[in-house]
Ligand binder design. Structure first.
Ligand SMILES: NC(=O)c1ccc[n+]([C@@H]2O[C@H](COP(=O)([O-])OP(=O)(O)OC[C@H]3O[C@@H](n4cnc5c(N)ncnc54)[C@H](OP(=O)(O)O)[C@@H]3O)[C@@H](O)[C@H]2O)c1
Length: 279
C-alpha cells in the first residue's frame, strides 16, 4: 500500500481525527472537503458529492478511500452509490461508514449502499458505528445548556461511541488487508439511558441536566426550530425507534479487535469535552 488515502468529510466529526490517525501512521492523506483546503497537515482535495466533476481529481493517486454521508443528508443511496461506483471502477479499496442496525433489512437505503459496495468487487470494509457520544456537544448542546435533553429515546440505552474510536478503527482497517470483505458494528464501552447520560453530563459540567422523553412530533418541531430541515428531523425521529426498543444497547469489543485499544466509555468522552459541553 504505497499510494494516498482519500478521506471524504475530512473536516467532520470522524474525518478530522481520522486524518490525524492516518498521518500518525505515516500514511499520505488526501483530505477532501468542498473548499479543498489542507486539513491538519494533510494535502487538501476539492470534493463535492453533488458535483461529480470533482470526483476524478479527488480520486487521482488514491488506492484507498474512507466514504461517509455528511450529516444532514437523508439520501444516502443517491449520494453514495455514484461515488462507490467511481471508486470501484478504479479498484480503490473503500471503507464505508454507515450506521449500526442498517443491516436489519435489505430495503434500508444505507443497506442498499452496503450491498452495492459488496457487489462491486473492489476490496472493502464496512463500519457501522452506534450513536456518537459527540452528538452531546453537537446536536444536543442546546438542550444541555438549558438543563434539559428532550429526545424521543424513551428509556432505551445506547452504547455511545466516541468519534476518536471510530477514527482509530477506520485507520486500522484502511492500513491492513486483514479485515477486507468484512462488516463491523462499532460500539462504545458501556450502555447508558439518556437519563443516565444527562446525570453524568450534569456532574461533568457542574450544573443540573435532566432528560425528558418526548414524542416524535414534539422532537421534529424542536429540531426544525433550531434549524434542521424537516426531512432530516423526521429521519432522526425515525432512528430513535431502535433506541426505544433497546437495540442500541449492545456492547461489543470490535474497537479493541481492530485497534488493539478498548473503546472509550461515555465518562471518558465527557471528561475530554468539558469545555465543549459548557457551550
Ligand atoms: N451522529 C451519529 O450519532 C451517527 C451514528 C451512526 C452513524 N452516523 C453516520 O455518520 C455520518 C456523519 O459522519 P460525520 O458526523 O463524521 O460527518 P459530518 O461531520 O456531518 O460531515 C462531514 C463533512 O462533510 C462535508 N460535506 C458536507 N456536505 C458535503 C458535500 N455535498 N460534499 C462533500 N462534502 C460535504 C462537510 O465539510 P466541508 O463543509 O468542509 O465540505 C462536513 O464537515 C452520518 O451521515 C450518519 O449516517 C452518525
Amino acid at each position: 500500500m504505497s499510494e494516498k488515502i482519500l478521506v471524504l468529510g475530512a473536516n467532520g466529526n470522524v474525518g478530522r481525527p481520522l486524518v490525524q490517525a492516518l498521518l500518525a501512521k505515516g500514511e499520505r492523506v488526501k483530505a477532501a472537503s468542498r473548499s479543498g483546503t489542507a486539513i491538519g497537515g494533510a494535502e487538501g482535495a476539492v470534493f463535492d458529492y453533488d458535483k461529480p466533476e470533482t470526483f476524478a481529481t479527488a480520486f487521482d493517486g488514491v488506492d484507498r478511500a474512507y466514504v461517509l454521508l455528511p450529516g444532514g443528508n437523508v439520501n444516502s443511496r443517491e449520494l453514495l452509490t455514484p461515488v462507490i461506483e467511481a471508486l470501484a471502477a478504479r479498484k480503490v479499496k473503500v471503507v464505508l461508514q454507515t450506521a449500526l442496525g442498517v443491516d436489519a433489512d435489505d430495503s434500508i437505503p444505507y443497506r442498499q449502499v452496503e450491498l452495492a459496495l459488496e457487489r462491486s468487487g473492489t476490496p472493502c470494509v464496512i463500519l457501522r458505528p452506534n450513536w456518537f457520544a459527540d452528538n452531546f456537544h453537537n446536536f444536543w448542546l442546546g438542550g444541555i445548556l438549558q438543563g434539559n435533553i428532550a429526545l424521543p429515546a424513551g428509556e432505551g440505552k445506547t452504547s455511545f461511541i466516541d468519534v476518536r474510536d471510530i477514527a482509530a478503527s477506520a485507520a486500522a482497517v484502511l492500513t491492513t488487508h486483514r479485515f477486507d470483505g468484512q462488516a463491523f458494528n462499532l460500539t462504545g464501552a458501556t450502555a447508558h439511558s439518556y437519563a443516565e447520560a444527562a446525570t453524568l453530563i450534569g456532574s461533568t459540567i457542574d450544573k443540573p441536566v435532566r432528560y425528558t422523553a418526548i414524542d416524535d412530533e414534539t422532537f421534529v418541531r424542536n429540531m426544525v426550530q433550531i434549524g434542521l430541515s424537516e426531512a432530516y428531523a423526521r429521519f432522526l425521529a425515525m432512528i430513535f425507534y431502535p433506541v426505544r426498543e433497546g437495540w442500541t444497547a449492545a456492547v461489543n469489543d470490535t474497537v479493541q479487535t481492530l485497534t488493539g485499544q478498548p473503546a472509550r466509555s461515555l465518562q471518558d468522552y465527557l471528561r475530554d469535552h468539558v469545555r465543549d459541553l459548557k457551550g
